[in-house]
Write a protein that binds this ligand. Structure first.
Ligand code: ZL4
Ligand code: CA
Ligand code: ZN
Length: 397
């Protein structure tokens, strides 16, 4: 931890409001805001706070959220409580709550929770706009499924869309990259009619044994946004559907090749990277076999293009590995290498100890911890890249 210095003229900022931690989706719900407590503890234990600027952003206001979301939806969201919720109410179902799915529960402090993570993404975007930061990080954001009038897949407010809207005030072209194991459908839909945002999502895609598609079921390789030639957004989405069990080398090559081609062709003036940690091996909901350093390779690759970068969280359902990954990626941003042995003075150190929890180290081997057989052959991965390159030809001429 010693001898690390902030490189002159290169600024990383960390946008975090600790009040986000105290919210609970329900005891067995996979989304655990508590993973952010673990992440923060690791970041502090490694001394990374001395290598970046820390911000404690205020919650976003109703009017700020209305830049993207419908006011009727926001009114509902700001007023609904577990006590007054009527689960068979028309509005309740229409806005994405309840139903057969408990994906988006109404819990205590819901409005507070959504305004906190959204405020942090907006604060991070402002830092990039006024050039206070080269990289701005918000691990509490990245809720990519929310639509303007619909809660979906654990997401109520789309902080990514709000942040991109801010970036668009001073950037002609913003590139959105999404390495969460789920398709970034909400962000893609929000900008489907503009050529000023290009969305690129890598995700698990396919039907499982029981006939259910992997959530949200969209994002096949042929989905490239609108098909109408008069629509400016045509060709400005690229989806990379991946099968179970992809390994480090395949993912790194796929990510580097495709992302590199998109950046070269689209030439964005700012980049937003959603770094959902459910693409790791051993994730409770994910299907991939990635190790922490392969996930971090994506952050490093994007950072090295030197464009203003907003780095945000997203999914991640094995909290100890979410914390490890986002701590590692914070270090990647400030250019620090971290010891594999975890500092011993971390609160909640037990969460990282014992064979099943990763043996007290930062980089446990996560390959095949959930025994997802790799269904991606090298030939299939190469074909996928060829198809992606073919799709990118829409960007020319
Ligand atoms: C749960 O145990 O695939 C929710 C959700 C709540 C608590 C107890 C209720 C039991 C797994 C998931 C009923 C659970 C019903 N509880 C879940 C089609 C589905 C309908 C809902 O990372 N059932 C829906 C959403 C995905 C579906 C993934 C990823 C977000 C992100 C960004 C969102 N929804 C089938 C599932 C549980 C639960 C256990 C669950 N939900 C797993 N996958 C889904 O991209 C943050
Ligand atoms: Ca994704
Ligand atoms: Zn996800």
């Amino acid at each position: 931890e010693y001898g690390m210095e902030k490189p002159r003229g290169y600024n990383v900022s960390f946008h975090y409001n600790p009040h986000v931690e105290y919210h609970h989706f329900g005891s067995s719900h996979p989304m655990k805001p508590w993973r952010l407590t673990l992440t923060k503890q690791l970041v502090l234990a490694y001394g990374l706070e001395y290598c970046m600027e820390l911000y404690e952003p205020r919650p976003a206001t109703f009017d700020e959220l209305a830049i993207f979301h419908d006011r009727e939806y926001l009114s509902f969201l700001s007023n609904v409580t577990p006590q007054n919720a009527k689960p068979d109410d028309q509005a309740y179902l229409a806005f994405g709550f309840g139903g057969d799915s408990n994906d988006c529960p109404v819990f205590d402090g819901l409005w507070n929770y959504v305004s906190i993570y959204s405020g942090a993404s907006m604060n991070a975007a402002y830092n990039l706009l006024n050039k206070q930061s080269d990289v701005a990080i918000n691990w509490s954001g990245g809720l990519h499924h929310a639509k303007k009038n619909l809660a979906s897949g654990f997401c109520y407010i789309n902080d990514i869309v709000l942040a991109i809207q801010l970036l668009l005030t001073q950037n002609q072209r913003v590139l959105y990259i999404d390495i969460d194991v789920h398709h970034g459908d909400g962000v893609e839909a929000a900008f489907e009619s503009t050529d000023r945002v290009f969305t690129l999502s890598y995700h698990k895609f396919g039907i499982d044994r029981n006939g259910y598609p992997f959530f949200p079921g969209t994002g096949n390789i042929n989905e490239m946004g609108p098909t109408d030639p008069a629509n400016r957004g045509k060709g400005h989405s690229l989806n990379i559907p991946i099968d179970d069990g992809i390994d480090d080398d395949q993912y790194k090559w796929l990510f580097k090749t495709v992302t590199g081609a998109v950046i070269d062709k689209y030439n964005p003036t700012a980049i937003v990277l959603q770094s959902g940690a459910d693409s790791l091996g051993g994730d409770r909901l994910g299907r991939f076999n990635l190790n922490i350093k392969a996930h971090g390779f994506c952050v490093e690759t994007v950072k090295n293009y030197g464009r203003p970068l907003l780095l945000i969280g997203g999914g991640g359902y094995t909290p100890r590995n979410v914390a490890r990954t986002w701590c590692h990626e914070t270090a990647v941003c400030v250019g620090a290498e971290l010891h594999n042995d975890l500092p011993t003075h971390i609160p909640y150190i037990q969460a990282f100890q014992g064979t099943e929890n990763g043996g007290g180290i930062l980089y446990p081997d996560l390959h095949n911890t959930k025994r997802h057989e790799n269904l991606n052959t090298d030939v299939k991965v190469r074909k996928l890249v060829e198809q992606a390159m073919e799709n990118l030809r829409y960007l020319e001429g």
